[in-house]
Design a protein around this ligand. Structure first.
Ligand code: TLP
Length: 341
């Protein structure tokens, strides 16, 4: 199978497995796991934040951020197709007890003036705005790069209004490699950041959230409340360190492969590439080829290719470290045969 469903499907390398095997461990709930401590220190330094926390997943990281920043009854301003709003099972409301206020963005970027207008004035009837969330790269917008200037403008507005900003940077390293802007620069326009080790970076498990020391102390408590205190977690943190050391720069290969795939598919009559491909995500509309997304996925599967539906007629493809140039050629050949038959 050529698996283009997500960059979450990668399996840990030999080096990661060896690092897990040999990891020095301790009870992380007591702060005693040297490997977790090292990962958190390395991640905080990379992001230019005071402290960081190793969490089980991107979803857990985002939700801990909301729980730490907000109080029940607050409102969270976020993009209408953001992962936190669309794909986290309503966790914002279920756990943090906050209500979302969505703004439709352009290629994932919310207009700063619309963010400003969404922040609530003081009124006995109104919820208080507890948090603004930004996503970069933006998944549903097809791995779109949210411009640094956009993040800065939103951060300036947030600070004027005393509202914190959280960045869902599940694929922040993809953004950084594609734009040439450091993760530190992106993180400088947000109070807290979540990034995933288990996506393009290829680690088997885990995410990082980072912010001030005070934020991380509170976040650690929320992680424990949610059952995310993982004891000898160095076993899973060790591959995360390898991911940060070895798999950042190579994300450029995934982006190059995706451009080749996108250009090839754009030339097949009946297929419409919906996004401007900037990173490792491609959205293709298959309606004019006479398929809906589920039908197309079934045909792909019969030909040993996996992808995801991202709308009734839209297929999402994601490249990652197991996808080679040869795989891209194979996928192009299969799809051109299927669509032209
Ligand atoms: N995204 C997954 C699915 O949930 C859609 C994927 O395959 O793309 N933020 C963003 C922007 C994400 O894309 C994801 C995962 C998460 C957060 C959540 O991360 P996990 O899966 O570790 O909870």
């Amino acid at each position: 199978m050529i698996d283009l469903r997500s960059d979450t499907v990668t399996k840990p390398s030999e080096k990661m497995r060896k690092a897990a095997y040999e990891a020095e461990v301790g009870d992380d709930v007591y702060g005693d796991d040297p490997t977790v401590n090292k990962l958190e220190e390395v991640a905080a330094n990379m992001l230019g934040k005071e402290a960081a926390l190793f969490v089980t997943s991107g979803t857990q990281g985002n939700q801990i951020a909301a729980l730490t920043h907000c109080r029940p009854g607050n409102e969270v301003v976020l993009e209408a197709s953001s992962h936190i709003f669309l794909y986290e099972g309503g966790a914002l409301s279920a756990f943090a007890g906050v209500q979302p206020k969505t703004i439709s963005g352009e290629r994932g970027a919310m207009k700063p003036e619309e963010v400003a207008a969404a922040i609530r004035a003081e009124d006995i009837h109104f919820p208080e705005t507890g948090l603004i969330c930004v996503e970069n790269t933006h998944n549903k917008a097809g791995g779109a790069l949210v411009p640094l200037e956009n993040m800065k403008a939103i951060y300036d507005i947030a600070r004027e209004n005393n509202v914190p900003v959280h960045l869902d940077g599940a694929r922040l390293f993809n953004a950084s490699v594609a734009s040439g802007i450091s993760v530190k620069d992106y993180a400088s326009y947000t109070d807290t950041v979540q990034f995933c080790l288990s996506k393009g970076l290829g680690a088997p498990v885990g995410s990082i959230i980072a912010g001030t020391k005070e934020f991380v102390t509170q976040a650690r408590k929320w992680r424990k409340r949610l059952g995310g205190g993982m004891r000898q977690a160095g076993i899973v943190a060790a591959p995360g360190l390898i991911a940060l050391q070895e798999n950042v720069e190579r994300l450029a290969e995934d982006h190059d492969n995706m451009k080749v795939l996108a250009n090839g598919l754009a030339n097949i009559k009946g297929l419409i590439v919906e996004n401007q491909v900037e990173t490792n995500i491609l959205l293709v509309n298959v309606a004019e080829a006479g398929y809906n997304a589920d039908q197309f996925l079934n045909v792909l599967k019969d030909n040993h290719i996996l992808a995801n539906a991202f709308g009734p007629n839209t297929i999402r493809f994601i490249t990652h470290l197991h996808i080679t140039k040869q795989d891209v050629e194979t996928v192009l050949n299969v799809i051109s045969k299927v669509v032209n038959k």
